[in-house]
Design a protein around this ligand. Structure first.
Ligand code: GDP
Ligand code: MG
Length: 314
């Protein structure tokens, strides 16, 4: 009789009686480090991270499964004043994520004092029903002596069960924050199989990885005017992934910038995106990229739907 390998036999283990599980929303203004924190906890690159604000456009689940708990993270777009249909979508998604969460991690930036945006988020959290934790991120950039006063200034915005200085970049206090967060989750079994990382379709993740590389390379030139749609995503017989995607811009002039002189920019985007895709899917990738104009897509509800940014209905 052959023995089961250890990881398979451990699947048979019953969950401990005090197993906890639940939904955790990460909220905070754009650029405070929500995606970086999620990636650090999950130990892999899932949420797009970019130095530009508002990179995260949609609700994205990351699932952390441990022997004693399953934490389902919702990475929300930054809550801000909407000026376009896309902006409205982002705000609506963030509000919904907060309503559905068991615990909310309110992430703030230690390098700046609280402002109106933080106050607004704190007001939203005060309406409940989730327990709120305050995490003062980027403390690696602030002199240690200034941290307590900064933390106190943010704590004054609301009623937080836990308030901790952290650094999503260096990993400082991330284990402590995770432990405290798990302790606040309700008792219950897992929602998802233990090997599942995200409930987002691979296709969508592929599109986000491509968009992230494009944003990095394009710098300030085409700020948020691009969307990526994955047209084909299939595995070839030789195990290689074939991915065809279209980058949409809002104007003809932006299309020219994305393509670049003699196609040089598009080549750079394609090569960086292919590397990111190969690292994520752990497979060789053949990537085909196209560029098209969809005039003013950010203000066009039909285009937003097509690109996968559904406006949630209340
Ligand atoms: P989001 O918009 O809230 O998701 O923010 P991101 O995770 O995309 O991070 C925005 C920027 O802040 C990126 O350039 C990150 O590298 C940077 N960042 C995030 N966390 C930290 C941190 O703890 N320390 C420092 N120094 N930079 C950070
Ligand atoms: Mg983000």
């Amino acid at each position: 009789m052959s023995e089961l390998p250890p990881e398979e036999s451990s699947l048979e283990q019953p969950l401990p009686p005090d197993h906890r599980s639940g939904f955790v929303a990460l909220v905070g203004k754009p650029n405070v480090g929500k995606s970086t924190l999620l990636n650090a906890w999950l130990g892999c690159k899932l949420a797009p991270v970019s130095p530009k604000p508002q990179t995260t456009r949609t609700r994205l689940l990351g699932i952390l499964t441990r022997p004693e708990a399953q934490v389902i993270f919702v990475d929300t777009p930054g809550i801000h004043q909407p000026s376009t249909k896309l902006g409205e979508y982002m705000v609506a998604t963030a509000r919904r994520a907060v309503k559905d969460a068991d615990v909310v991690v309110f992430l703030v930036d230690a390098t700046e004092p609280p402002d109106g945006g933080d106050e607004e988020i704190a007001r939203l959290l005060a309406q409940g029903p989730a327990t709120a934790l305050l995490a003062l991120n980027k403390v690696d950039l602030v002199p240690a002596a200034e941290v307590p006063a900064r933390l106190a200034a943010y704590q004054a915005l609301g009623n937080f069960t836990v308030a901790l200085p952290i650094s999503a970049l260096t990993g400082y206090n991330l284990d402590t924050l995770l432990e405290q967060l798990i302790a606040l989750l309700p008792l219950g079994p897992r929602f998802y199989p233990e090997d599942q990382l995200s409930d987002q379709q691979e296709r969508f993740i592929a599109g986000e990885l491509i968009r992230e590389q494009a944003l990095h390379l394009l710098e300030q030139e085409v700020p948020h005017a691009i969307a990526v749609m994955v047209d084909e995503f299939r595995e070839r017989e030789n195990g290689m992934l074939y991915i065809a995607a279209t980058i949409y811009t809002e104007k003809d002039s932006q299309k020219g910038i994305v393509i670049g002189r003699n196609g040089a920019m598009l080549k750079r985007i394609g090569s960086a995106a292919r590397q990111a895709l190969e690292a994520f899917f752990e497979r060789r990738v053949y990537l085909e990229l196209w560029v098209k104009v969809r005039h003013n897509w950010r203000r066009d509800e039909r285009a937003l739907r097509q690109f996968g940014y559904y406006l949630p209905k209340n």
